[in-house]
Design a protein around this ligand. Sequence first.
Ligand code: FE2
Length: 370
Amino acid sequence: MAATVTEPSQLEAPVLSGTDHVELYVGNARQAAYHYRNAFGFDVIAYAGPETGVRDRASYVLQQGKVRLVLTAPLQPEGAIAEHVALHGDGVKSIALRTADAAAAYRAATARGARGVQEPARVEDEHGVLTFASVATYGDTVHTFVERDEYAGVHWPGYREDARVGGGVGLRFIDHTVGNVEKGRMDDWVSFYSEVFGFNVFQEFDEKDIATQYSALRSKVTRDPNTMITFPINEPYVGIKRSQIQEYLDYYRGSGVQHIALHTDDIVSTIGDMKQRGVEFLTAPDAYYDALGPRADGIDEDLDRLRALNILLDRDDDGYLLQIFTRPVADRPTLFFEVIQRKGCKGFGKGNFKALFEAIEREQAARGNL
Ligand code: FE2
């Protein structure tokens, strides 16, 4: 008898075609939706809750460019959503990934070492069928595989269409989504993305690159072979004082998403708009701009305008990038957003880490956590 046995680990990695959406569990989704609509310019495009027959939660779907956020709040103290919010505060529950075959992606991911959270399930309404499944990643965060080729509705069966315009500030797509994990666990999670998802590890910095006087971190970047999904992973490195990553871990009560970087084609306009709408960003000292020197040579933007908006600049051999970081979006010093514009540079602002961390540490010190 010549049975051919395929080892599960030989299954090809899940085939992914980008980020479908990011779902946050929050304490008050209605107010969060108001915030992301009015401050970040997102359109509210769909809603699910008691009015649509959902009893335990309210969810708002927000869209700008290709960026889709789902904000979900519990309607009762029992259950996974309320527990998540109680433990972590507002934070990212799911980074949902688009695929042409959610069941195959789930089989492949679990065979290659991921823990299954939700078996493949089909949901349907008058707009068609959507199939999804999910697997665990760091902390309580999951990746949901979303197969929506047969679904023509605006988001998901059970949601009703909404059309509240946010106006947009030029945010186009997710550039990268960063996870913070416990000290000593970065390499495990980098291996997870490499072994389970077939991602490449293509750049890395260590404590020497990203050290300030007091605290530091280590970071590696993982990216899918089609270069549409980028997940840097950070871990704290112990300096004289508490690492900003450790502060995150302490307040989030474990690993989770640290920041979501949103791409714009015109950061000066985007940030001008966002500031007018009330978004608070980390500031960079004047000394940062004075010290830029030749790094600022030949840029298209007016350096004084960048300085006025606190936009940071970094370079590599291929070009430069402009970036800025919001303050944490809720009261716990956990999740924040980055806005980034790339002009050739493929990095993540390594040259800005020191300037940025000094700015973060000023805030950390103000909270008494440094
Ligand atoms: Fe980033």
